[in-house]
Design a binder for this molecule. Structure first.
Ligand code: 5GP
Ligand code: ZN
Length: 142
């Protein structure tokens, strides 16, 4: 795609620090280095976000996640955890609209990455939870 920064990185017209690539994916360091070793995995095919993966592309791209995660972990003995983050849509903090997965090595509770899950469980009856689950299930593809 012409105007996509990650397509330009794949084409080599914008430089990047590459970690790995094959026919289907490119793995490179995120310019922000939120924590040291912050890495991005992208499909070479331009798709906007998770909603556009078919099963074949998902198989080619997503099955590489554990291999990349293990390599990052082994690259630095100070890494004690790893957040894998995939933002889909501007409301979900996506700023580059070529699908990507962040690998964010974690060193300490006080390092530069944080994520908050608010606990709203008190506001949900089991009937309401079941209704939500049923709606999701009903919309699953075969
Ligand atoms: P998002 O906010 O869409 O989930 O993440 C986009 C990520 O792309 C950001 O973490 C940002 O630092 C990274 N990024 C944006 N432009 C470039 C670039 O030109 N090179 C590299 N290596 N990373 C980039
Ligand atoms: Zn692209």
């Amino acid at each position: 795609m012409n105007d996509c920064i990650f397509c330009k990185i794949i084409a080599g017209t914008i430089p990047s620090i590459s970690v790995y690539e094959d026919d289907d994916i490119k793995v490179f360091l995120d310019i922000s280095q939120t924590t040291p070793g912050h890495t991005l995995l992208i499909p070479k095919k331009h798709i906007t976000n998770i909603f556009e993966y078919d099963e074949s592309l998902a198989q080619k791209v997503l099955t590489k996640i554990p291999m990349i995660a293990r390599a990052i972990k082994k690259s630095n003995p100070k890494i004690s955890g790893l957040n894998i983050v995939n933002n889909n849509g501007a409301i979900a903090y996506q700023s580059v609209f070529h699908s990507h997965f962040h690998f964010i090595p974690r060193f300490a509770a006080t390092d530069s990455f944080a994520m908050t899950f608010k606990d709203n469980s008190g506001e949900y009856s089991s009937a309401k939870l079941q209704e939500i689950a049923n709606l999701i299930h009903k919309n699953m593809e075969d």
